[in-house]
Write a protein that binds this ligand. Structure first.
Ligand SMILES: Nc1ncnc2c1ncn2[C@@H]1O[C@H](COP(=O)(O)OP(=O)(O)OP(=O)(O)O)[C@@H](O)[C@H]1O
Ligand SMILES: [Mg+2]
Length: 260
């Protein structure tokens, strides 16, 4: 398998506080890698660094063998890296289809037929969106909003899809629908990085997993092995799953309005 993403020795701080302490990993084409870990572990910081939203203090990110350096987020999207952010970041007064079209912004000159075909693929993957294509994002349920955020990301035709806690704040039934869609994408060959507090779900779709705690990788391996690892089962799985279904922050339903 060829390597799509290489992260080496990534250190990120906010002022003097270190949020990621020299993280190294790689992702092969067609592979789904998950990072699980509690609040504040550095999961979002990691995805934001790969996206170019945050500049690291040291370390490097390479995509398809090329160092990304200080490339801006838009340039990274153009190369095929797309993030579904934790806060979803939808526009309350735009409808579902508007969001999907926005996701294809960089391919806006591709012509009507290709756009229609791309929309059809999203609606086939996430049928709830088809039912609600003209509904304003601000009136959607949390789960539907998450689907819009995923659909919008897919419209950019990513080579690497990064998902930041897609299950946060959602009921189990809708979470299952979203994870079914992620599994289908994976079967279709999509490469991904999935960040989750819900370790059970994350380990069920991912090929490999890393456990992140206060900016450090404390365990890593194939997802099937980590599911058996006593350190993981004690802290993250089963009845004693401390972090599972933590109270969702209000940001889980965050929708951007003109006032934001
Ligand atoms: N903009 C910021 N300014 C200062 N500190 C920050 C900022 N963003 C994150 N941090 C800190 O960096 C650490 C890692 O935060 P991060 O958001 O990456 O964690 P996380 O694993 O995504 O947590 P959660 O599960 O709650 O989303 C935390 O200690 C957090 O307080
Ligand atoms: Mg986070």
């Amino acid at each position: 398998m060829t390597r799509l993403l290489d992260v080496s020795n990534l250190t990120v701080g906010y002022g003097p506080a270190i949020a990621l302490d020299g993280i190294s990993f790689d992702v092969a084409r067609g592979e789904f890698v998950t990072f699980i870990g509690p609040n504040g572990a550095g999961k979002t910081t990691l995805l934001n660094s790969i996206m170019g939203v945050i500049a690291p203090q040291s370390g490097a990110v390479a995509f398809r063998g090329e160092a990304l350096g200080l490339a801006r987020p838009e340039a990274r999207v153009a190369r095929g890296i797309v993030l579904v952010p934790e806060r979803r970041e939808l526009f309350a007064h735009l409808n579902v289809e508007d969001h999907l079209r926005l996701g294809a912004f960089l391919r806006r000159r591709q012509g009507r037929q290709k756009m229609a075909a791309a929309l059809d693929r999203i609606y086939a993957l996430l049928p709830k969106l088809a039912e609600r294509r003209k509904q304003l994002a601000g009136t959607l349920s949390g789960g539907e909003q998450q689907m819009v955020a995923i659909g919008r990301a897919l419209m950019a035709e990513p080579q690497l899809l990064m998902l930041d806690e897609p299950s946060i704040g959602l009921a189990p039934r809708i979470t299952e629908e979203i994870f079914d869609a992620i599994s289908l994408l994976k079967k279709d060959g999509m490469t991904g990085i999935l960040v989750e507090q819900n370790a059970t779900l994350a380990l069920s779709v991912a090929d490999r997993a890393y456990v992140l705690e206060v900016g450090n990788v404390v365990a890593a391996g194939p997802a099937t092995e980590l599911r058996q690892d006593p350190r993981v089962t004690a802290a993250y799985l089963g009845a004693g799953d401390r972090y599972r279904d933590c109270a969702a922050p209000s940001s889980a339903l965050h929708v951007t309005t003109e006032k934001d």
